[in-house]
Design a protein around this ligand. Sequence first.
Ligand code: PEP
Ligand code: MG
Length: 552
Amino acid sequence: MILIQGKGASKGIINGPLYFYKKADTTITKTTVDDLDAEKERLEAAKAKSIEQLEALAEKAREEAGDESAILFETHAMFVEDDDYVETINDCLEEENCNAEYAVKTAGEQFAEMFAAMDDAYMQARASDIRDVTQRILNNLMGIAEGGIDSEEPVILAADDLAPSETLQLDKSKILGFVLREGSGNGHTAILARTMGIPAICGCGEELTEAYQGRTAYIDGETGKVVLDPDELTLTIFRNKFAKQQEMKELMETMKGQEDVTLDGRHIKVYCNIGSPDDVTAVLNNDGQGIGLFRSEFLYLKSDDYPTEDQQFEAYKTVAAAMNGKTVIIRTLDIGADKQVPYFNLAKEENPALGVRAIRICLNRPEVFRTQLRALYRASAYGKIAIMFPMITSVWEVRECKRACEAVMKELKKEGLPFNPDTELGIMIETPASVFMAEELAKEVDFFSVGTNDLTQYTLACDRQANDLGKFFDAHHPAVLRALKMTADAAHHNGIWVGICGELGADLELLETFLAIGIDELSVSPASVLPLRAAIRKSIAKTCTLDKLECK
Ligand code: PEP
Ligand code: MG
């Protein structure tokens, strides 16, 4: 038996073949070929496959995000067959008697450079479309699987670490779980795994070797164990735990349709965290009562260029309409730190978590902010949208955000476009500064939502991305809980509600403390809704105490 001990990052038991994620190696060298016709055939097959993929993507985009998003893929499909582009590739093949990869890469670069050198900003921006199409043909030539997983059956995905943007590109239907050599349970890949409701383990170290490719692994996302060739006893333990997990899932079904209310009548809003319109299905399946955090930056991370106002509008509108009048809190762009988006060209920083991230980027780049706010306000006509600003430290930042909202509403009014002028505005409390300023900040907004992932990081001076801080990264630390209490008191003192949308919100060990603090809303991954509801329904709010705030 082989046992690798990592750290549990997303609960659940599963077994399946290990598949090591390969970052696309696109190094292309020129080779001389003997059979040029065979090379041309390979090229034609790769082009046909690319067109097929792009048409499927266009169809999916049309269903999920409307015509404008579909047009992008349709244009890409047309470009694969563009006469000049194809002629340049063929000329290169014939003149140089070379491999198709080299000819495609050379033609792609030539075209991209030509567009980039044009005066017109629109044409310049097409250079990235050409690179994208070229890369797709190259991937198909080199057999690099779309969605990163070249397997018919679902797998347990193994990797060193995965950037959030890489995780987003993966074909989720093929993933049973994640096992990472590095990574942290507080990073966004772990958060995505929890949103998807699949087990994940990080910090497995070098013992997780590629020699295990294809072998069946048993993983337990709670204990952090990865087992190959289990002995009888281990197998029995896994099987029993798996059976219990299934039983629990069935039991939780009975919670659907029940109220989120304690035995003594305190109502708590149990909402969900999502990263894309696709996640709404999981929210509805788990009977989430609203969306407490839509991480809008994942739309930017998925894209090769700034998502347009219309693309964003369609995404927000889809979510708002699907939630059918229930609250949908959309957080404005929160990139920087571990969420890097190449086309933003952010300067390299020594300490990106303390750098120009989240609201700081939006306030520094008013055009990017305005586009998003316009999309949000336009979508507000189609459901109960609220807007939330991340990483706030000062009152002036909130006032500037509100001024940007006012300006956008004025524009939309002038243009005759519908929007909800009473759209609620809230802020995330995720810096110690915002806790200390909570009294003043509460006077500016309609609600607070505590981002405990960052609040823990900044309060305890512990990098949430690091996997070796161990007991020092302690989200149960009384300093974090006192910060929550101070925030809740300031919110209630000023007549606004307060929620938690960090991962701590789903921590059942703290539920009584949250009730004692007076938290009004808990926004958790969809899979955590029903267990949380079951726990709330067993609690008596008036007997809950603040013991955990005491010094340890
Ligand atoms: C948080 O910091 O707790 C939070 C919810 O935001 P994110 O995890 O996306 O930084
Ligand atoms: Mg945060």
